[in-house]
Design a binder for this molecule. Structure first.
Ligand code: NAP
Length: 242
């Protein structure tokens, strides 16, 4: 059995990634923080896709919670390891910098960067031992071009891009790849409330992307065929920014 952990697998892009990896035969560990109902629906879709999975609740930004959850998973699966991790959990708390409460600055940074560290670091030794691993980080166009009203989010995603490049160099010899995916506007709960009609005029493709389109890219990066792609950021944004 091959195991893939998808953080924020309960909804949006994480759900689509979970289903796609399930179609490829992965057993999916569906992480979520609060929406048990949504995680259950992802699990149902994973099973419908012909594989199986399990739900694992933890806040990626809470080091103790992540440690406890991953240790108990490993205890229950002594001879197994998580060979694919998709660091997808994310939040946004948009505001102009001058008006941004400190809590909104730190929470976005912590979920993205703290989450990346908390979840990924404990999985690396097993990947190194097995000489195979895939680490895929969900960045954003915001982390590459910078977006007004999102200094926290741009900083977090830009930091994730830099961490992707650095970690890739640390683990490449062990056949572990580390890449980031940088979506533009993708139709999920996260973009609820945005003015889609106005925003899509700024996108050359003249539409928002679908979570399933992002999932296809993630699945390719997770595959053995993508073994020579590492330390890269791949944009998927309808031409919004290149
Ligand atoms: P979404 O629909 O809002 O879903 C967010 C997911 O993250 C949910 O599964 C949520 O779990 C989980 N999550 C949030 N905070 C968490 C935490 N502290 N610990 C564990 N899980 C947590 O978002 P999405 O649009 O699919 O976004 C997925 C990723 O893509 C994010 O990193 C986002 O920044 C990035 N992204 C999205 C877009 C876009 O346009 N949608 C563009 C660029 C990048 P619950 O269901 O339990 O709340």
């Amino acid at each position: 059995m091959k195991y893939a952990l998808v953080t924020g697998g309960s909804r949006g892009i994480g759900r689509a990634v979970s289903v796609k990896l399930a179609q490829l035969g992965y057993h999916i560990i569906i992480n979520y923080v609060s929406r048990t109902d949504a995680a259950e629906e992802t699990l149902r879709l994973v099973r419908e896709a012909g594989s199986d999975g399990e739900m694992l609740q933890f806040n990626v930004g809470d080091a103790e919670q992540v440690k406890a959850a991953l240790e108990s998973w490993q205890k229950a699966h002594e001879d197994e390891y998580i060979e694919v991790v998709v660091n997808n959990a994310g939040i946004r708390r948009d505001n102009l910098m001058a008006l941004m409460p400190a809590e909104d600055w730190y929470s976005v940074i912590n979920v993205t960067l703290g989450g990346f560290y908390n979840v990924t670091a404990p999985l690396i030794p097993q990947m190194q031992f097995h000489k195979f691993g895939r680490i895929i980080n969900m960045a954003s166009v915001s982390g590459i071009m910078g977006m007004q009203g999102q200094t926290n989010y741009s900083a977090a995603k830009g930091g994730l891009v830099a961490a992707t490049k650095a970690l890739a160099k640390e683990v490449a010899r062990k056949n572990i790849t580390v890449n980031a995916v940088a979506p533009g506007f993708i139709k999920t709960d996260m973009v609820e409330g945005l003015d889609e009609a106005a925003l899509k005029k700024t996108i050359p493709a003249n539409r928002f992307g679908q979570p399933e389109e992002v999932a296809e890219l993630v699945a390719f990066l997770a595959s053995p065929q993508a073994g020579y792609i590492t330390g890269n950021v791949i944009s998927i944004n309808g031409g919004l920014y290149t």
